[in-house]
Write a protein that binds this ligand. Sequence first.
Ligand code: IPE
Ligand code: IPE
Ligand code: MG
Length: 223
Amino acid sequence: MNTLSHLAIIMDGNGRWANAQDLPRAKGHEKGALVVREVTTYAAKAGVRMLTLYAFSTENWKRPSTEVDFLMKLLAKFLKQELPTLLEHNIRFDVMGDMHPFSPSLKKAIAHTKEATAHNTGLTQVLALNYGGWDEIARAAQRLASAHTPITPDALEGALDNPIPVDLLIRTGGEMRLSNFLLWQAAYAELRFTPTLWPAFTCKELEELMDSFTQANRRFGGL
Ligand code: IPE
Ligand code: IPE
Ligand code: MG
């Protein structure tokens, strides 16, 4: 039986969920944020140590500015709105990715949520924001190069935003690709893809995927 310590999710399908019911894409993102709360509290209760959620990729800036602006506002709202839930469930909040392009107020809200939950000892919820695997690995390599540290796998891993290996990686929305998510950390992750669009994803389906992870034969290159 495998222990699920680090769960990572590519929360895809918000726009298609909204389009399917003649709603603007923004409504899909709003509903998606509610699913984040349900899934996070479920994972916390199930004893998962870390939940990393792909919320905004380095490539998502290519979207129309109206959608990007909406997502930034939703993020600020999410940070404010979720704090009581995080505190109630002993959840620590963290982020990964390059925070530089974000507005000063969003950076402040991120720092505030991190500080307010820093002493929590249950699940760590990590939001991947302006995150891309290529960018993370390149920034890690640059850090080592600047410090004249030899680039070994261990050193590179230690210089990542978050080096903790992923046990189970789920992507909703039907696409079977990683879209630049956790390229290093997912090297030996169990991958599960579901056609369910993120706003329609339920804790029951999460439970089933977690059960299938528990049964998997993880060999890590051994026998
Ligand atoms: C995922 O849903 C959320 C973000 C990338 C911010 P999408 O917005 O990609 O929804 P689809 O894939 O277009 O349906
Ligand atoms: C991945 O979804 C990024 C997030 C879920 C934040 P995308 O919708 O951006 O990925 P592609 O474009 O289908 O590969
Ligand atoms: Mg998508």
